[in-house]
Design a protein around this ligand. Structure first.
Ligand SMILES: *[C@@H]1O[C@H](CO)[C@@H](O)[C@H](O)[C@H]1NC(C)=O
Ligand SMILES: *[C@@H]1O[C@H](CO)[C@@H](O)[C@H](O)[C@H]1NC(C)=O
Length: 225
């Protein structure tokens, strides 16, 4: 029955056809968002009141931030002042998600980010707060690549293009996952529960920073499980 004769050609043909159909269906599911990191999560409606801007304390906001056609553009210079006169931290222009601090459960940040070529040594997104240390997650861009702090490589070649960033923080499970363009790129243990919140923008790293730092964000969303 399995010997190749002319009689088997129709069966072979139908098998090939079914295989192609299956591949096509799988591809369609992928396009439809199958495996989407937000699947099963509930979006929390955000207003501008949920987006608190932090910028060098001695400069008006419009010199470090703009909002046009749905795009938040944030920039900062290496010799800018910190966000508060009493702070000893590096300069930043960041959106701090306000009113949705969490300390348990499973939370997710989503945003479409854009980093122009030349920006380096800047934290572009973070989870602020932890039981140990100031932050749970720092995502920094160095020469077009995103790293976990200055260490593990998360994703490469991100300059000058929009990418979708999803961060899932399972506080109860103690795990953080990072997705770029829907694909899981990185996971790590968190640093214990605390007063936790998401941020995005530009925050200068302690070293190896470019003079000018910029990131753009649109369609920022918060979800919970
Ligand atoms: C970024 O700019 C540098 C200097 O102009 C250039 O050599 C490099 O190819 C650029 N990188 C990308 C990803 O465009
Ligand atoms: C800065 O960059 C240099 C050269 O790549 C590297 O050796 C050093 O570890 C970096 N410093 C930090 C704090 O990342």
């Amino acid at each position: 029955m399995c010997s190749l004769s002319y009689n088997n050609y129709p069966i072979l043909f139908i098998s090939m056809f079914l295989l192609l159909l299956l591949l096509f269906c799988l591809d369609t599911l992928k396009v439809a968002g199958y495996g989407d990191p937000t699947l099963g999560f509930t979006p929390i409606p955000l207003t501008h009141a949920n987006l608190k801007l932090q910028k060098p304390y001695d400069i008006p906001l419009n010199q470090r931030y703009s909002f046009k056609d749905g795009v938040h553009r944030l920039w900062v210079y290496a010799d800018d002042k910190p966000h508060e006169p009493t702070s000893r931290t590096q300069p930043r222009t960041e959106i701090r998600i306000l009113g949705l601090d969490y300390n348990s459960g499973v939370w997710q940040f989503e945003g479409y980010g854009f980093v122009p070529n030349g920006t380096s040594g800047a934290t572009i997104a973070q989870i602020h707060g932890a039981a140990h240390g100031a932050t749970t997650l720092i995502l920094r861009i160095y020469n077009g690549d995103i790293r976990y702090y200055s260490r593990d490589l998360v994703a490469e070649n991100l300059y000058d293009r929009w990418f979708r960033l999803n961060i899932i923080h399972d506080v109860d499970g103690g795990i953080v996952k990072v997705f770029i363009d829907g694909e899981k790129k990185f996971h790590t243990n968190d640093k214990g529960p605390g007063d936790l919140y998401f941020k995005c923008g530009v925050y200068a790293a302690p070293a190896n920073i470019s003079y000018y730092m910029e990131s753009r964000w649109r369609d920022i969303k918060i979800y919970r499980l």
